[in-house]
Design a protein around this ligand. Structure first.
Ligand code: ZN
Ligand code: ZN
Ligand code: ZN
Length: 470
């Protein structure tokens, strides 16, 4: 049995669990509602009704939460963050995968011959804001280094492993450029926007086109995901595809993936953006470490690139999810944060007070160390959207004869009337039961998957009969 965040499993909530088992409908109807909400860890509780109107009839109530346990409907929170709700994050990750893979292999309204369009997987990093503990390819950290103005030797002879909490922490916090780090996170979207413009022009130059000609005939479509590194700076992973402007999903341009990769690398080296703040003359630029790989034409290469990209879409700003929520009045003292992360968040909050940086609204983004907005973004013509994927799911449910809420509404227009009752489960006991239902579901899916693997592994291969008659 897996403990749930926020519950006291040490003293497990026996009385509340018993109360639930004895409530009307008991465990089975509670479990059914939990499963219908995708086993969400912190569902929204809604009360209300769904009405349907036939062609001639007056509205009829087809569903009423009064029939449900506690008279409420549980609705999945839908977060992308694994640390907040693993079951909802899994749905999000599947959607992110569907969205990325459709732009590479077709499907979801994108033609299959999109596979002929050259595409690359690019990773651009943040520059250094001061030496941090790290693990280089040879396993070392900082075997040599100078002494900093604070009298600290910027040297570390250790060999850190991946789980070492020191990785990403500065060798001298007083030397670390916290403001620079926050402003990079805040400006990374603008830097990316400029990179795509430069890369398109560079691509044109490589095939002998003028800037105007290139901008009139070609387009870079992309989906990009930001990933937080251990040092609290964002990385950008992006799938970039080259299309004809105006006929994005039609015939591919006669450009190779290698040329596209070269154009992106050249752009990443040269591009810069003004550092936010009017007084500043400094500019934002990518770090030296950049990587662009051509995505192969074969199906598996495209699928793997999509899986790699979708994986990052579910990560938060820190592994423990401490910074999943916005701050109301600065970084709370009681919040247990590693010193480096706290310094970044506090710097972001402090910069949020500066009038010349007002447009960055850093109080809203202090919990993400200055990074503003979405973790996954895509250009308009890349592929489908999250909204359309969710709408498809809802339509499929209705076609099966049920709304998400459970009413039978085949063929009739429906209307929901809802009231918000609260967030999360009503008791620790309910949360504890829900976590165990989620775990049982997960194990059930795992067993079904293993059964399928087993079945395919032992499927009888076509055999020759003994008399040679196949
Ligand atoms: Zn959830
Ligand atoms: Zn070190
Ligand atoms: Zn120092």
């Amino acid at each position: 049995m897996t403990p749930v965040a926020g519950t006291t499993v040490g003293t497990w909530p026996l009385e509340e669990v018993v109360a639930r088992l004895r409530s009307p409908g008991g465990y089975p109807s509670f479990a059914e509602r939990v499963r219908a909400a995708g086993c969400c860890r912190r569902p929204v509780r809604l009360s209300g009704q769904v009405t349907a109107t036939g062609p001639t009839s007056a509205p009829v109530v087809v569903f009423d939460t009064a029939t449900l346990p506690d008279r409420v409907l549980l609705k999945a929170c839908g977060t992308r963050r694994e640390t907040l709700c693993p079951p909802c994050a899994a749905v999000y990750r599947a959607d992110a995968f569907a969205l990325v893979v459709a732009g590479l292999r077709g499907g979801k309204g994108i033609p299959d011959d999109i596979t002929a369009h050259p595409a690359v997987l690019a990773t651009f990093t943040a520059p250094s804001f001061g030496p941090v503990h790290r693990r280089r390819a040879d396993g070392t950290c900082h075997p040599t280094g100078r002494r900093c103005p604070h009298g600290r030797a910027l040297v570390c002879g250790r060999r850190h492993n991946d789980r070492d909490q020191l990785v990403g922490q500065p060798l001298c916090p007083d030397c670390y450029d916290y403001e620079g780090a926050v402003l990079f996170n805040a400006g990374v979207s603008e830097l990316w926007r400029r990179t795509t413009i430069y890369a398109l022009r560079e691509l044109g130059r490589l095939i002998g086109m003028s800037v105007r000609q290139t901008e009139r005939t070609l387009r870079l479509s992309y989906v990009k995901v930001v990933e937080f590194q251990r040092r609290g700076s964002v990385h950008v992973h992006a799938v970039v595809r080259v299309d004809h402007r105006g006929d994005e999903h039609g015939s591919p341009p006669t450009v190779s993936g290698e040329l596209l990769a070269g154009a992106l690398l050249a752009a990443a080296r040269r591009v810069s953006a003004p550092l936010p703040g009017p007084a500043s003359t400094a500019r934002l630029a990518w770090g030296r470490q950049a990587d662009v790989a051509v995505i192969g034409d074969n199906d598996d290469g495209r699928r793997r690139a999509a899986a790699y990209t979708a994986k990052y879409a579910c990560k938060g700003s820190d592994a423990d999810g401490l910074l999943d929520h916005r701050f109301r009045a600065g970084v709370p003292h009681q919040l247990e944060l590693p010193a480096h992360l706290r310094a970044l968040a506090e710097t972001a909050w402090r910069l949020g007070d500066r009038p010349d940086l007002g447009h960055l609204r850093l109080h809203l983004w202090a919990h993400t160390c200055g990074h503003r907005g979405h973790f996954l973004t895509k250009s308009r013509r890349y592929s489908t959207t999250f909204g359309r994927l969710r709408a498809d799911r809802q339509r499929w449910r209705i076609e099966q004869g049920h709304t998400e809420e459970g009413g039978d509404v085949r063929g009739s227009p429906v209307m929901g009337h809802w009231r918000f009752e609260g967030t999360g489960y009503r008791s620790t006991g309910d949360a504890w039961l829900a976590a165990n239902i989620a775990e049982a579901e997960r194990l059930g899916r795992r067993a079904a998957w293993e059964d399928r693997q087993w079945a395919s592994a032992t499927a009888p291969a076509p055999m020759l009969t003994s008399d040679g008659d196949a």
